[in-house]
Design a protein around this ligand. Structure first.
Ligand SMILES: C=CC1=C(C)c2cc3[nH]c(cc4nc(cc5[nH]c(cc1n2)c(C)c5CCC(=O)O)C(CCC(=O)O)=C4C)c(C)c3C=C
Ligand SMILES: [Fe+2]
Ligand SMILES: [Fe+2]
Length: 344
């Protein structure tokens, strides 16, 4: 809509209005696996104060002197192993785009709602998408950080970036952000379905299933981050939904970075210990990741699986993330419809 009231001067620029935007935002991913693309991505990621909270005086010499010289090659090789060769991009981007497209179709009954997607690091950038939405007439925007559990290093940095985009706008849209949904019954049911459906494809049964969440430094938790408790809540509700014993569904934390202590128990150490103690068959799922990505495909489906088998385990399987499956889309649509109440 861009019809101007009769009393406005004829040379007033046309202004669109009357729409509601929904912006799905995931973490981000490099544009390619080469050194330059990897370095650009890691630099943007690792200079974010919400991610690395150390003083800049201490961190920048390490980052620019060591990390950004070595890590791009090492991590670039890991990305190569899990790259979506058909589309020449990472699966995180493929699934996030598909989630945006499928959500737009699912919300067709709300004609004023405009759906798009962005990344916190890399492209498409949050600020560019927010500008586009505002120009297209979105007077209200719902920002959806694609994380079921709140962490300052993920949810808050997306929200910061979205609010920053308003700084230069004359007519700012109203902004809502999606809160954590660790205990959402639709989410818990989708996770339970994904376990049951995946296990039904196997000719063996795991002795236990590990729910492995991305870790955060323990110091962030001690400063008040609610992430750890929300992860435990998801697993507890999932266990209750499945009717399983406590020992059959474990919580672990993966993807440590740097020398600090992170949330425990660590996924890699747990997998090795279980195998050494005689456990022969396990499955791992990643309830905190809305889409499969480096951390699930390479670190868990690849490395953790190999570690388990090398230490005496016999059967290993990785349960895929909800991605853009029907159940995954039901979770996203349900969250969006709830958070749009009174707006659309
Ligand atoms: C101190 C560093 C990091 C914190 C804290 C952290 C928290 C955190 N991250 C995710 C989700 C993802 N992280 C991913 C990759 C990744 N994470 C870090 C560091 C921290 N993450 C790095 C340096 C990287 C890049 C890879 C590497 O160099 O090891 C990804 C995958 C992105 C992809 O393209 O596939 C996701 C997703 C969460 C949920 C979280 C805290 C709760
Ligand atoms: Fe991470
Ligand atoms: Fe990792």
């Amino acid at each position: 809509m861009n019809v101007l009231p009769a009393h406005w001067p004829s040379d007033h620029p046309p202004v669109n209005f009357g729409k509601v935007g929904v912006l799905l935002v995931n973490l981000g991913t490099p544009d390619g696996t080469d050194y330059k693309s990897m370095r650009r991505y890691l630099e943007e990621f690792l200079t974010d104060k919400r991610v690395i909270e150390w003083s800049r005086w201490f961190w920048y010499p390490i980052l620019y002197g060591i990390v950004l010289n070595r890590r791009p090659q090492k991590v670039g090789k890991a990305y190569e192993e899990i790259w979506n060769k058909d589309l020449d991009e990472s699966y995180l981007r493929t699934y996030t785009r598909s989630q945006g497209e499928k959500l737009a179709v699912a919300l067709k009954d709300l004609p004023n709602v405009h759906v798009d997607w962005a990344m916190r690091y890399g492209q498409p950038a949050i600020q560019a998408k927010m500008n586009e939405m505002q120009k297209a007439g979105c007077e209200k925007i719902l920002v959806y950080p694609l994380y079921p559990h709140y962490a300052a290093a993920t949810t808050a940095t997306v929200n910061d970036e979205a609010f920053k985009a308003l700084l230069k706008m004359r007519w700012q849209p109203a902004l809502r952000t999606v809160p954590q949904y660790a205990d959402d019954p639709v989410y818990i049911e989708a996770l339970a379905n994904s376990i049951n459906q995946h296990l039904a494809t196997l000719d063996w049964e795991p002795e236990l299933v590990i729910t492995s969440y991305h870790g955060i430094p323990k110091s962030y938790f001690m400063k008040g981050d609610p992430y750890h408790c929300q992860c435990h809540k998801t697993t507890r509700l999932l266990r209750e939904h499945l009717g399983w014993e406590k020992e059959k569904l474990m919580v672990t934390f993966q993807s440590r970075f740097g020398p600090e202590e992170w949330l425990q128990p660590y996924t890699d150490k747990t997998v090795e210990k279980l195998a050494q103690e005689g456990v022969k068959r396990i499955a791992i799922m990643n309830p905190g990741f809305v889409s499969d990505c480096l951390e699930t495909l390479e670190e868990i489906a690849g490395e953790a699986g190999e570690d388990f088998l090398h230490n005496g385990g016999e059967k290993f399987t990785h349960i895929p993330c909800l991605n853009d499956s029907d159940d995954g889309m039901r979770v996203i649509e349900n969250v969006v419809r709830r958070e749009l109440q009174g707006w659309a």
